[in-house]
Design a binder for this molecule. Structure first.
Ligand code: DX5
Ligand code: ZN
Length: 221
């Protein structure tokens, strides 16, 4: 097994932009194009306006996917689902700080199940509000659009939060993965990497590309 160092750029293909009638084919396409993870966006129509997919789709995806499944829970009180998502094949689970009554308990639950622990913040949520949780997580997801939909434009005002998190991680020796999600393409990738992000989620840019491998390479460069 290849272990990715935390400073390598990790590319996570967001299945929200896949062809749902050919999900297995698109999982294979992402793997063959050089992606590292598959990003699985769960939306409940409450925490975010839209509803995407959930447990039955995760089960089918896990059965065919060769890449780790990186589950992004855009769900109110995600702790209700964590054990089931872990059992169905999530390699990592990311919850939103804004969605949890008890953030630390949700993070500890993910850890107790042996999955990678992620904590996400929406564009308007400050880094200050999650500093107390950083020793419980492997990864922080800085949303670079308002969560809920693929295909939106990157919000440059989120860049100072990426820089602040990388600084805190370095100062405290936390070695955090910093993930970005929303509007990531060949242009914005270099900007977020320069700011300190090392895990890049990309949906519409990758799945609409005629040559997905070239698109993946353009995110890594
Ligand atoms: C949005 C989702 C994203 C989405 C990104 O709320 O969390 O993962 O699929 O899509 P793009 O890359 O098209 O902005
Ligand atoms: Zn996402």
């Amino acid at each position: 097994m290849i272990v990715l160092s935390k400073r390598d750029t990790i590319i996570s293909a967001s299945l929200l932009s896949a062809d749902f009638a050919n999900l297995g084919r698109d999982c294979t396409r992402a793997a063959e194009s050089g992606c590292d993870w598959l990003h699985f966006d769960v939306m409940d129509g409450m925490f975010v306006p839209s509803i995407s997919f959930g447990e039955p789709v995760l089960k089918c995806t896990a059965a065919v996917a060769s890449l780790p499944l990186d589950v992004h829970m855009m769900v109110t009180e995600p702790a209700r689902y964590i054990e089931r998502y872990a059992a169905l094949g999530a390699a990592g689970i990311t919850v939103h700080s804004e969605a949890c009554e008890d953030v630390a308990a949700a993070l500890r639950l993910i850890r107790s199940l042996g999955r990678r622990v992620g904590l996400s913040i929406k564009p308007a949520t400050p880094v200050d509000s999650i500093v107390k949780y950083l020793d419980l997580v492997d990864m922080v997801l800085v949303m670079t659009v308002e969560p809920g939909f693929g295909g939106q434009a990157f919000m440059p005002e989120t860049l100072p939060k990426i820089r602040e998190l990388r600084r805190i991680s370095d100062e405290q020796g936390l070695d955090l993965d910093i993930q970005v999600d929303g509007g990531i393409n060949g242009e914005t990738a270099s900007i977020v990497k320069e700011a300190g992000a090392n895990v890049l989620v990309s949906g519409s840019y990758l799945f609409s590309a005629e040559d997905m491998r070239a698109a993946v390479d353009s995110l890594r460069r």
